[in-house]
Design a protein around this ligand. Structure first.
Ligand code: PLP
Length: 454
């Protein structure tokens, strides 16, 4: 074991590094060199087995590796073989080719973001999406903000601050990531009035709670859980009727929200945005990157008078979208308008993917892995839509089950996650399962390569 005094100084290491990293910023290089010397000192003190000489070469190598890690992007692509189509941890909806092209086109230069080209004067960034959203939802007016949480926060702040909002006890929920409806209400300055019971809330419960302090009736999609059994929630149309009769607007937080019906794909019916508008909700909020399949955004559609109040609120400025997101959303919404959503938008392509095609891809992958000596077989599996929509609902899918060989399934899954490209898979009965439904077809080759590499 080399003595501590044999560890080179920072200056000596920097000198040795110079020929390898001529253009690295000095401070970055110096910090990396210091960190590696520090860590080597720890190893020597801990009695680690190290080469007697060549400590300098070892440090050069380690410092270069550290630098390479530090200048590499932290955010990088992942192959999602988990079978969950809309996975918040994996960035939710992959974007359509049209959305990506629009974002690149608009991001690369100047745009008419807030400039009326006809009049040659200042315009509004909202015009690019409002007509499309009105058309696709049937609502009078629309506004897009940073995400659905922001949409709800803006609506509550603008319409209910200092007043009361009535929510069913069964809908005072936590969506995930610590986003809790009661907390958002409090933060917006509104007071939560819970009505009904956890499992049953009737329209008369809402009616009995309305006072002159009531600002809104709020309906919340319960997203990631489902109550079954002795359950009753008030229908949206009943709530809308009550609101109209008593002069209290109804805000419907649809969560995922969808412009297309889910029933044709063998799934339960997720409430659609046009249905909420038609049922009489005064404002409807939903996410841009869940079932809509676009970039992160929060969409608000509804009555013009209310949307106008939201547009004028100071928070609207703080929560506004940037030009690339607007471009991506516009392109995504145009796919719906042209009736091309299930062909063009990845989330819908995945939902609509026929089982036969998935099985053929799974077979091709299993054969490729088996030929390389792996114990891989085609397996039936079940994908989930995710994104807080359709809890408990699954789509029959096809995948490949891989026996972990000398490692445990956990260890193999870890190697896949940390590989290049990263792969996120599922573990079932001691095997690693790759669900082909959530793997983009153009990633099949890369997936096979990543598996073979580990
Ligand atoms: C996902 C979700 C939200 C939050 O939407 P973000 O776009 O993630 O901010 C709010 N409400 C419901 C019911 C949801 O499902």
């Amino acid at each position: 074991m080399p003595p501590l005094r044999d560890i080179p100084s920072v200056d000596r290491l920097l000198l040795a590094l110079r020929p390898h990293v001529a253009d690295a910023p000095h401070a970055l290089l110096r910090d990396a060199a210091r960190a590696e010397i520090e860590s080597l000192r720890g190893e020597v003190q801990g009695g680690a087995a190290l080469p007697e000489n060549n400590l300098l070469d070892l440090l050069v190598e380690r410092t270069m590796a550290r630098l390479a890690r530090e200048v590499a992007p932290s955010l990088r692509p992942v192959i999602n073989a988990s079978g969950v189509i809309i996975q918040t941890n994996l960035g939710r909806a992959p974007l359509s080719a049209a959305a990506l092209a629009a974002m690149a086109r608009v991001g690369a230069g100047y745009t008419n973001l807030e400039y009326d080209l006809e009049a040659g004067e200042r315009g509004s960034r909202n015009v690019h999406l409002e007509t499309l959203l009105r058309r696709l939802s049937g609502a009078e007016a629309a506004l897009a903000v940073n995400n659905n949480a922001a949409a709800i926060y803006l609506a509550l702040s603008a319409l209910a601050s200092g007043r009361e909002v009535i929510v069913s006890r069964g809908q005072a929920v936590e969506i995930g990531g610590g986003f809790r409806i009661p907390d958002v209400l409090r933060q917006s300055g509104a007071t939560l009035v819970e009505v009904g019971t956890t499992n049953r809330t009737y329209v008369c419960d809402y009616a009995g709670a309305i006072t002159e302090r009531t600002a809104l009736l709020l309906r919340v999609h319960t997203s990631n859980f489902r109550l079954v059994g002795f359950v009753h929630e008030t229908r949206l149309a009943e709530l809308a009727e009550l609101g109209r009769a008593r002069g209290v607007p109804l805000l419907d937080d649809l969560g995922s929200g969808t412009l297309l019906p889910t029933a044709p794909y063998g799934l339960a019916a997720e409430p659609t945005v046009p249905e909420s508008v038609a049922a009489g909700a005064d404002l409807v909020t939903f996410s841009g990157d869940k079932l809509l399949g676009g970039p992160q955004a929060g969409l608000i559609v509804g009555r013009k008078e209310l949307v106008d109040q939201l547009k004028r609120h100071p928070l609207a400025r703080a929560l506004r979208l940037d030009k690339t997101t607007i471009a991506g959303l516009e392109a995504t919404l145009l796919s719906y308008l042209r009736g091309r959503a299930t062909e063009e938008i990845p989330v819908w392509r995945m939902i609509a993917a026929p089982l036969g095609g998935l099985r053929a891809r799974a077979e091709a992958l299993a054969i490729r892995l088996s030929q390389a000596g792996a114990d891989a077989a085609v397996t039936d599996c079940a994908s989930a839509v995710g994104g807080g929509s359709l809890p408990g609902e699954t789509l029959p899918s096809a995948g490949v089950a891989l026996a972990p060989g000398p490692h445990s399934a956990d260890e193999l899954a870890r190697r896949l996650r940390t590989g290049q490209p990263a792969v996120v898979a599922r573990i079932a009965e001691g095997r690693v399962i790759f669900d082909l439904r959530t793997v983009l077809p153009e990633q099949d080759d890369a997936l096979a390569g990543a598996i073979l590499a580990v």
